[in-house]
Design a protein around this ligand. Structure first.
Ligand SMILES: [Zn+2]
Length: 199
């Protein structure tokens, strides 16, 4: 078990908010993407935040939060779902790197959420997409007839909760107060990330 990261969950949130503010205002600094930084990272990684992110090409955490290589531990899966593979990936960073912050980042016009809405409750999209959508369906069920933005936000919140309830490792560090799991919503036009709660 690694020591906890020197950057706390609250400090990590502040860094993400500051970086997103620069991105929104077209003032990104592009930190930590030069050859020196690459060299320094050859001996190990020390990301201060974990981002559970959709696969959508328009949602790029390092750009959205204006961070460089080695800063963010990003798991990408359509619909930013908490399935066993994404949870196991996150557990590695929480337990072995000591990262103290997880953001579950939904986004505007998410195709995976749209597919779940279109096929709910019993559409058949084949075994692979059916499996993925099964992790989004609880949000569709919770928001019948709602605009997709509300379903995306609900999906981020439900999967943030699922990370905690389905992982002994994540729950342990949430309970100790070291780790925060925060759902969020990214808007394409504004470029802004809204953190939906910071519990
Ligand atoms: Zn998406």
């Amino acid at each position: 078990m690694a020591a906890r990261h020197s950057i706390s969950s609250d400090e990590g949130m502040q860094k993400l908010k500051e970086g997103n503010g620069r991105y929104v205002e077209d003032k990104i600094l592009k930190p930590s993407i030069n050859s020196l930084q690459r060299y320094e990272l050859t001996t190990g990684q020390n990301p201060f935040a974990i981002i559970l992110n959709c696969a959508d090409s328009r949602v790029v955490p390092e750009l959205i939060f204006d961070r460089g290589i080695g800063d963010l531990f990003v798991i990408r899966v359509a619909g930013n779902i908490a399935n066993p593979s994404s949870i196991a990936s996150i557990e590695y960073a929480v337990e072995h790197i000591g990262t103290n912050l997880i953001v579950v980042l939904g986004h505007e016009s998410c195709g995976a959420v749209g597919a779940a809405i279109a096929s709910y409750p019993d559409g058949d999209n084949g075994p692979n997409l059916n499996h993925l959508i099964s992790f989004i369906n609880p949000a569709v069920k919770a928001k019948p007839g709602a605009p997709i933005k509300e379903v995306v936000e609900c999906n981020a919140a439900i999967n943030a909760t699922a990370l905690i309830s389905n992982s002994d490792i994540i729950r342990k560090y949430v309970d100790s107060g070291d780790l925060k799991v925060v759902p969020a919503y990214y808007g394409f036009t504004s470029g802004k990330v809204d953190f939906l709660n910071e519990k």
